[in-house]
Design a protein around this ligand. Structure first.
Ligand code: NAD
Length: 370
């Protein structure tokens, strides 16, 4: 059941290996990269309690010695303070330029450790071992690394590609159902943005996949990674096409800011709701059919996911304030807000030509359903 997706980025090319049981094989997979049989692992306590020993045993089976640093879990770990802690710990471990650092965890650990490796000794190699669905299908691939600033999320960062990604689909078994479904928001996004057949496949198979079917999980992660790899290969540093990956994200970022980046709304939940809103705006602009937003929402409901603004607990600001928050998105270029719109399911495109009035109407209608 093991699959490999190659990311052909020339001197920065790497493989994404996907399948169950990869932690046990990590030593065999990583050892060809090592100048000496020693690695440093950075993880967080929740993931460490579940998967660190399996990873260390897999490394030891190939004679690789490992040291591990455990950080607190959660988004607040993507901070200057933890960047300093990771960097100094790696220096204390005498990690050299040709050594390999392993990031074991979800997107928080991948982004933080990736950034630490980008700046440590002006660039140290790292292996992503993503343990959340979101990290396996999205954040571990493509080389975006970052920490958060008090001014906003992911504002301090660098492009630094991993040297290998090991997506062990067994690790998904220990995610809470809510974290799994949040990651699924990003899986669904790939179908919506560029592969109608994949979206149709998800409509038929995603409930069984969420229920635990490993074969379906491997196929869904593989197709998602293939799509991300293809887009990243054509536009590594987001000069154009890579922005397609932000389908639903402009709405999501406004909703995350409005809800305080916390438990009220997880990132993938915001992406899912944002995809529904992006299709609604596309439909009102006459770009796609009226059935398309209904189909997106029907799928989210079938998956038991947050679908509408009314599914977000607590108060939300008004439509004008949400639009204002969208304007603070870091994808704003020269003051113009770029949107990812759709001509249909599987056919998204980037445009700055979206009337704020239509967005306001859609948000007002969505808020009035609360
Ligand atoms: N670099 C990129 O391209 C990119 C893309 C998308 C998102 N991101 C970033 O990713 C982050 C979100 O990622 P995330 O959703 O993985 O967050 P996360 O790392 O906080 O993980 C989500 C939750 O799942 C837990 N967890 C992770 N793996 C687990 C496992 N196997 N079993 C049990 N629990 C587990 C974590 O402890 C956490 O509570 C955000 O910071 C976002 O900005 C980055």
């Amino acid at each position: 059941m093991r699959e490999t997706v190659h990311v052909p980025l020339g001197a920065r090319a790497y493989d994404v290996v996907i399948g169950p049981g990869l932690l046990a094989q990590a030593g065999a997979l990583i050892s060809p990269m090592l100048p000496r049989p020693r690695v440093a692992i950075v993880t967080e306590t929740r993931v460490a309690a579940l998967h660190l020993e399996a990873l260390r045993a897999g490394l030891a089976a190939a004679g690789i010695q490992s040291e591990a640093l455990e950080l607190p879990p959660g988004e607040t770990t993507k901070s200057w303070a933890h960047l300093e802690q990771v960097s100094e710990w790696l220096l204390d471990q005498k990690i050299e330029r040709r050594d390999v650092v392993i990031a074991l965890g979800g997107g928080v650990i991948g982004d933080l450790v990736g950034f630490a490796c980008a700046i440590l000794r002006r660039g140290v190699r790292f292996v992503q071992v993503p343990t959340s669905l979101l990290a396996q299908v999205d954040s571990s691939v493509g080389g975006k690394t970052a920490i958060n600033a008090s001014q906003g999320k992911n504002l301090i960062g660098a492009f630094h590609q991993p040297s290998l990604v090991l997506a062990d689909t067994d690790t998904l078994n220990t995610l809470t159902p809510r974290d799994f479904l949040s990651g699924y928001g990003e899986v669904m996004k790939y179908g919506l943005l560029g592969d109608a057949d994949f979206f149709e496949w998800l409509e038929q198979n995603a409930p069984a996949m969420a229920g635990g079917d490993m074969g379906l999980r491997v196929r869904a992660v593989k197709r998602s990674v293939e799509m991300k790899a293809a887009i990243v290969t054509r536009d590594e540093t987001e000069q154009g096409e890579r922005a397609l990956l932000n389908l639903g994200h402009t709405f999501c970022h406004a909703l995350e800011a409005a809800t305080g980046y916390g438990d009220r709304l997880l990132h993938g939940e915001g992406v899912a709701i944002g995809c529904g809103l992006a299709f609604e705006v596309s439909s009102r602009l006459g770009l796609c059919s009226q059935e398309d937003p209904s189909r997106v929402r029907a799928h989210l409901k079938a998956m038991g996911m947050k679908t509408d603004l009314s599914d977000i607990p607590g108060e939300l600001p008004g439509a004008g304030a949400l639009l204002e928050l969208m304007g603070q998105d870091k994808k704003v270029v020269a003051g113009t807000l770029n949107f990812v719109m759709a001509r249909g399911i599987g056919d998204a495109f980037v445009t700055s030509d979206v009337s704020g009035d239509v967005v306001l109407d859609v948000l007002n209608d969505a808020l009035s359903m609360r």
